[in-house]
Design a protein around this ligand. Sequence first.
Ligand code: NAI
Ligand code: MG
Length: 346
Amino acid sequence: MIALLPGDGIGPEVIAEAVRVLDAAGCALDFQQAAVGGAAYRESGHPLPETTLDLARRADAILFGAVGDPACDTLERRLRPEQAILGLRRELALFANLRPAKLFAELADASALRPEVAAEIDLVIVRELNGDVYFGEKGMRTTPAGRRQGYDVMAYDEDEVARIARVGFETAMARGRTLCSVDKANVLETSQLWRDVVTEIASEYPQVALSHMYVDNAAMQLVRNPGQFDVIVTGNLFGDILSDQASMCAGSIGMLPSASLDSAGKGLYEPIHGSAPDIAGQGKANPLATILSAAMMLRYSLGRAEEADRIEAAVAAALAGGARTPDLGGTLSTSQMGDAVIEALA
Ligand code: NAI
Ligand code: MG
């Protein structure tokens, strides 16, 4: 069973197209839908109701749209729509975030990079999602000199590093068998442990060529020569920044899928974009990021790589045939883009 959580804004619009494409591809999946985010708050007073969380727990995989609703911005933090995605990641122990960045050749002009450099991008960033400065001890205190001081502790233990390293190596095994681990080991103790543990785990994967890179250099290399990367594994903070950077190198935000996985391979699949309130309800949203997220779901959680390949090829074929939503400089509506992918499946 697949839990469908459309959410807010353009979430339901893009999820509808992903479901149409999965059906048209003959996947015959059993979908069960539940409210999440602002939509759930309005129905039940909570952005992640127990019934929704329970459905997600029972599901083989979760296909998620987006959450976020300007009408909820004045609510206290725990009731805001965005808390739903954080709650799902925490409750389902989704510790590994996989973000592919690949430029479809037809969209070279949409990249922030020169076309010949952009054409080289085909990489996956594996980002740790449950640790690092976002989850360490944090607070506000007063220094002895009487100044206000904010602090966020960066911490990883060796098991946390080992499990994300294994996801990095497994991802590399399924791709080009090279893995670049990104850290800041020249100044951070956390990164020194990270580097040591990743190097230890490497002995379990003799087929994978491991390299290490400092995060500042990695940021530079992503723009200078992105073709050198196949799989990057990194911590939560560095991965947050590098994956957004890589996504802009790969074109529109409406094109990029993601997966968040637990240790058993169960996952939540979602576009990297948000609920886009500025275009919601107008049929302008690009559904390809969600359609590609559905393909990742087939590949990573359901073991159906052939159907995933077919859907990804249909997206490429639709783009090659000139299908463009407004974010890509075209005029197709959300459902017309869905139609173009479905036609290309045949
Ligand atoms: P956003 O990603 O929703 O939108 C940024 C810009 O990109 C907007 O101009 C939007 O129209 C455009 N855009 C996004 N997706 C598009 C698509 N599929 N097709 C065409 N254009 C697209 O980010 P923003 O505006 O910062 O956040 C809006 C709301 O979404 C906020 O409430 C935010 O908290 C939430 N959000 C939720 C996420 C999630 O559910 N995982 C992730 C990011 C933001
Ligand atoms: Mg981010």
